[in-house]
Design a protein around this ligand. Structure first.
Ligand SMILES: [Zn+2]
Length: 220
């Protein structure tokens, strides 16, 4: 039987990635003023090139929530005191010029006033699924970004739009937009670049980059 282990070798105890694609040795902790909430599509959990886990390991104020739908931000966070007006969701908007935060009715919100950012993690189609299944998201302030360079993913992960970047890259850029130190964006991008390089060097066949959960060996 072909298992994830026979294809990819041993895996790291901390990040559960195959050792060839582990970047735990490069993780640096960056305290931020703002919180980050990553809503992750359940099918994104095993993605070898997934970047959410790097964010959670690097940002003490980042939280990963896996699921498909929630009643609202407070529900997703399991917290009662959440002032959603001080949060924004990171999601593309064709109408927006980018690198800004728009409130309801198109009012421009000062990015530095935000206390937290919500991001949807998954491929573009899975992110859209999360968007449509959680109508409360479209009522939040919205952060849109104008990527200046193509994603670090390169050809490893094809996305339908050139300006579609990884969760890590968009969160890193949003933090800078909100006034956090640009060092954080640079540092996070460095770790992500290492991940992509290691996956590329390991020459892992595309089919093995994401194996269905059922083929996983039982964890001891
Ligand atoms: Zn690791």
């Amino acid at each position: 039987m072909v298992t994830r282990d026979t294809v990819l070798g041993s895996s790291c105890e901390t990040c559960r990635r195959p050792t060839a694609a582990c970047v735990c040795d490069r993780i640096v902790s960056y305290p931020t003023d703002r919180r980050i909430v990553i809503l992750q599509h359940p099918q994104e959990q095993d993605a070898l090139l997934g970047s959410a886990q790097i964010l959670v390991a690097s940002l003490p104020k980042a939280k990963l929530v896996v699921g498909l739908s929630w009643r609202g931000l407070a529900h997703a966070l399991h917290e009662e005191d959440v002032d959603v007006r001080k949060w924004a969701v990171l999601f593309p908007d064709r109408e927006s010029a980018g690198d800004q935060v728009a409130g309801r009715g198109g009012v421009v919100v000062e990015p530095t006033a935000l206390e937290g950012v919500v991001v949807l993690d998954g491929t573009w189609s899975k992110a859209k699924t999360l968007w449509w299944r959680n109508p409360w998201l479209s009522k939040m302030n919205r952060v849109t970004l104008k990527p200046t360079k193509p994603s670090i993913y390169g050809k490893l992960r094809a996305e339908p739009r050139r300006d579609y970047v990884s969760t890590l890259e968009s969160v890193a850029a949003a933090l800078t937009l909100c006034g956090e130190s640009p060092e954080i964006e640079a540092g996070l991008s460095r770790v992500f670049r290492t991940l992509v390089q290691r996956v590329r060097d390991a020459d892992i066949p595309p089919a093995a980059r994401r194996l269905p959960r059922a083929t996983r060996p039982p964890r001891s």
